[in-house]
Design a protein around this ligand. Structure first.
Ligand code: NAG
Ligand code: NAG
Length: 353
């Protein structure tokens, strides 16, 4: 709907519980908002209004990609590459740190790799697999080759290759590989926590609307190749993220928590089930309706519990909430009827699209 996300919200995702191994409670990493001071995208000359405006524009582009895929249902392809949150991970031995886009809407983890056939320009040095003593290319028959569903076999070396195509025709192709991925934790371990044998895409043909500041993507979907699923082999397949308003990131940090620490309990905590559909690319919620001043407006076709199950996508890469236009119209009417002030012109020409 029509406001940038200004309130904090947290949610927890329980995929299934496996035994927690290495770390008892789990671990938390920082989610860096692209417009916050720790982000390479940060532009100190921008006003909060300009940042909000750009976030609105990114959201609009993102929803267009979702819609263009096919009749309402997001397609199996990743819908877009522009992200709102970044994670700083390291890959390899010795560890090479990189800023990647955190994306709940895709599963593959990938980064640009040397030697590149086609690479988009990036500020950080390219990951060089030959410089990592723990790097391995994945064989076609390996299970790790089939964590991601868009892989094929290179008939010369029987190595596993992948091709990830985005809604805007941006793409990444390369070799599925394994190496140690380390995460720097916000609490607990002072040292980065290593996860050996993580499968990721070593991208050697990457083309499209990528930015120079992020070297790749970390997929957080429920698909088997995602960071959540792969870390699930070490901890539990439980994760939570907590997003603070990006205007106030100096005081609090947004974080991503893996393992049992991700469970939120206590007074005032309410939960709603997340819905998974096949392919497991997105997390869905069921939106029944929205109340304004105690009057309920239901999503059309739904008259109470058991509305259209999973009619809403939860997405770390979109700032705005989008509603069906009939519901949106009703909400706008009810809100403007409740506020006796003259209506301002839409300053961004994107709200109410
Ligand atoms: C990422 O984390 C490493 C330490 O783990 C740090 O040295 C590096 O500066 C961080 N990168 C950015 C861009 O914050
Ligand atoms: C990717 O795999 C191909 C085929 O095995 C190989 O020739 C190439 O060197 C690999 N590239 C990287 C960056 O690992």
């Amino acid at each position: 709907m029509a406001t940038p996300s200004v309130s904090s919200f947290c949610f927890v995702i329980l995929l299934c519980s496996a035994a927690a191994e290495a770390l008892e409670g789990g671990l938390s990493v920082e989610l860096i908002h692209r417009d916050s001071p720790k982000s390479p995208f940060y532009d100190p000359s921008e006003t909060p209004f300009q940042r909000a405006e750009k976030a609105v524009r990114r959201s609009i582009a993102c929803v267009r990609d979702l819609r263009s895929n096919d009749e309402g249902e997001p397609s199996a392809d990743i819908s877009r590459i522009d992200g709102e949150y970044l994670i700083n991970i390291t890959i390899g031995t010795p560890p090479v740190s990189m800023m990647t886009i955190a994306d709940t809407g895709s599963d593959l983890i990938w980064t640009q790799c040397q030697p590149c056939d086609v690479c988009f320009p990036q500020v950080a040095p390219l990951f060089n697999p030959r410089a990592s003593s723990t790097y391995e290319q994945v064989h076609c028959v390996s299970d790790k080759c089939h964590l991601y569903d868009k892989t094929f076999c290179n008939t010369e070396g029987f190595t596993c290759q992948y091709s990830a195509v985005y809604g805007d025709q941006s793409h990444s192709e390369g070799n599925i590989s394994t190496d140690i991925i380390e995460l720097t934790t916000l609490s607990g371990s002072p040292e980065p926590v290593p996860f050996p044998g993580m499968a990721f895409g070593c991208g050697i043909k990457n083309d499209g609307l990528f930015s120079i500041h992020a070297t790749g993507i970390v997929g957080l979907s429920a698909g088997k190749a995602s960071l959540v699923s792969q870390i699930g082999g070490y901890l539990s397949r439980l994760f939570a993220y907590c997003l603070v308003p990006f205007f106030s990131t100096s005081k609090y940090t947004s974080k991503l928590t893996f393992g049992f620490d991700a469970q939120l309990t206590g007074p005032g905590i309410v939960t709603t089930p997340l819905i998974l559909k096949s392919p497991r690319q997105y997390y869905y919620l069921t939106l029944e309706g929205i109340s304004v001043n105690g009057k309920k407006f239901m999503v059309s076709g739904s008259s109470g519990p058991g509305a259209v199950t999973g009619n809403m996508v939860i997405d770390s890469g979109t700032t705005l909430t989008w509603l069906p236009s009939n519901l949106y119209g009703q909400i706008v009417q009810a809100v403007s009827a409740a506020i006796s002030l003259p209506r301002a012109k839409d300053p961004i020409a994107g709200y109410g699209l």
